[in-house]
Every structure is written in structure tokens, then in C-alpha cells.
Design a protein around this ligand. Structure first.
Ligand code: ADP
Ligand code: UDP
Length: 236
């Protein structure tokens, strides 16, 4: 399958049309941004790592019954995916306090929750992705009640599975962001990516951060952290 015209260039990926109207090619970049695009940089090798890791995880999730957009890996950076109409919600699941949760509620990072939390942000860069609840999402017609229920069910299932995959490699899954979309027949599937850009991953013993917080907080060793997660997960 070959790339046709570029449809979109985002902060981390480019999206191309293909000769199949139901399929797209996403191409992962080394560009990194944080704080709604205010901080910009390059994480060398990130495109390849995020593409390969996201595909690996989506294949495993699919096997466990979570439908995803994944079709075929074309190269280090490029993947064929099913074209979806993205539900404009960032779905965030948390197992341990960190980031904006810790800031918003005035608690320290690292508190292990008794049960995972879910929250939604309205995916809208101009508004800075504001936090919303499911009633707001319904009022704004971002998704139907049934779609929101399906998304919640899949998001918690992804959490259970992903937590297990990470625990096997000595990593605590702190939190992560998912995006879902609708296929042409309306079926909800997991889309976008799952990578150290979109998850907080802490080494279970040292609590070392192995994710984009190394970039956000100028901790150094960003490339090494991404490489380390890929090595543990995929043996390379
Ligand atoms: P952003 O738009 O936040 O800068 P990216 O650089 O990752 O993010 O761009 C990828 C874009 O492609 C995102 O807007 C994402 O919602 C969208 N996307 C992800 N998977 C699919 C898919 N299967 N079909 C259509 N769009 C998708
Ligand atoms: N996240 C993401 N994209 C976003 C916002 C958040 O991938 O636009 C991920 C982030 O990497 C973290 C989780 O979602 O794993 C929760 O992020 P949080 O709400 O704490 O926001 P942040 O601290 O990134 O501002």
C-alpha cells in the first residue's frame, strides 16, 4: 500500500490518504511537543519507537478482544490503519496520581489508587483540551450515550491489559491517554497511538520515569528511556 496525498500534519504524526478510501497511512515523527505545543523539541528515534511499540501493543490488545485501527506495519515509521472519524475526546485513565491530577487536586505524585479513574478532555487545541464530563460530551454532541459507554468499557479493559503487559517488564503503568474513532459503519475502535508519549511509565523498583515526562521536565536521558521501554517490551 502506498501513500497518496498528505491529509494532515499533527504534532507527532503525519496522516496520508491511500488508494483505499477506508485506510490511511500514519507516519510517526521525531518531533516532540508539550504544554499544548508551547515546548518543542526532537527526540531522536522516537518516531520508530512509538510506531513499533504502538503497533505491538495494539496487536496484543486486538488478540484480547479490543478492536483497534491497526492494519499493517509498513516500515519503521509508517503504518496502515483503518480510517476513522475520531471522537474528539481524550480518554485518560489513571492508576497512580501524577501530572495534572496531582496539580489539580493538590496531592503528591505516586499515590496508588484503590481503583482506576477515568476522565475526558475535549480534544480542541484552541481551547487547550479542557476537562469535561460525559454529560458535557453529550450536550456538545461529541458522542452518543452508547458510544460513551462503549468507550469507557474499552478504556478500562485496555487499562487492565496494558497494566499486565507493563508489569511483566517491571514497569508500573501510572496513567495514559487513549483516542477512539468510528469506522464507516459506526463501530467504535481504539485509534491513535499508545507509546511513551501518551503513557506515564515508571520503573517498578527505582521509580525512574521512562516516558515523555523526561522531555516535559528536562530530566535528560529521554532517548535512552524510550529505547529502554522498547527493549523490555520487544526485546530490542
Ligand atoms: P495531534 O493532532 O494532537 O497533533 P498527531 O500528531 O498524533 O496528534 O496526529 C495524528 C492525528 O491523527 C490525530 O489528530 C489523531 O486524532 C488522528 N488519528 C489517529 N488515528 C486515526 C485514524 N485511524 N483515522 C483517522 N485519524 C486518526
Ligand atoms: N496525555 C497525552 N496527550 C495529551 C494529554 C495527556 O498523551 O494531550 C497523556 C499523558 O502523557 C499522561 C496522561 O495522558 O500519560 C495524563 O496526562 P495529564 O492529564 O496528567 O496531563 P499532563 O501532565 O500531560 O499535562
Amino acid at each position: 500500500m502506498e501513500k497518496r496525498e498528505q491529509l494532515y500534519e499533527g504534532k507527532a504524526k503525519k496522516v496520508f490518504a491511500t488508494d483505499d478510501p477506508e485506510k490511511l497511512i500514519v507516519s510517526y515523527k521525531d518531533d516532540a511537543t508539550a504544554f499544548n505545543g508551547e515546548k518543542k523539541g526532537t527526540i531522536h528515534g522516537k518516531g520508530v519507537i512509538n510506531n513499533r511499540m504502538s503497533n505491538h501493543l495494539m496487536r496484543r490488545l486486538e488478540k484480547e478482544g479490543v478492536p483497534t485501527h491497526y492494519v499493517e506495519e509498513l516500515s519503521g515509521t509508517d503504518t496502515v490503519v483503518k480510517k476513522v472519524n475520531i471522537v474528539p475526546l481524550e480518554v485518560i485513565i489513571r492508576n497512580i496520581s501524577a501530572g495534572s491530577f496531582a496539580k489539580r487536586y493538590g496531592v503528591e505524585e505516586g499515590i496508588v489508587f484503590d481503583a482506576p479513574t477515568i476522565e475526558f478532555s475535549y480534544k480542541n487545541d484552541d481551547l487547550g483540551d479542557p476537562l469535561i464530563n460525559s454529560y458535557h460530551a453529550l450536550a456538545l454532541k461529541l458522542a452518543t450515550r452508547e458510544e460513551i459507554e462503549t468507550i469507557k468499557t474499552y478504556a478500562f479493559k485496555v487499562n487492565d491489559l496494558l497494566k499486565g503487559f507493563m508489569k511483566e517488564i517491571g514497569i508500573d503503568l501510572v496513567d495514559f491517554k487513549l483516542e477512539f474513532g468510528r469506522l464507516s459503519d459506526g463501530t467504535i475502535v481504539l485509534a491513535d497511538e499508545i507509546s511513551p508519549d501518551t503513557c506515564r511509565l515508571w520503573d517498578e523498583k527505582t521509580h525512574e520515569k521512562l516516558d515523555k515526562d523526561r522531555f516535559r521536565r528536562d530530566l535528560g536521558g529521554v532517548e535512552d528511556a524510550y529505547q529502554e521501554v522498547m527493549k523490555r517490551l520487544m526485546g530490542e
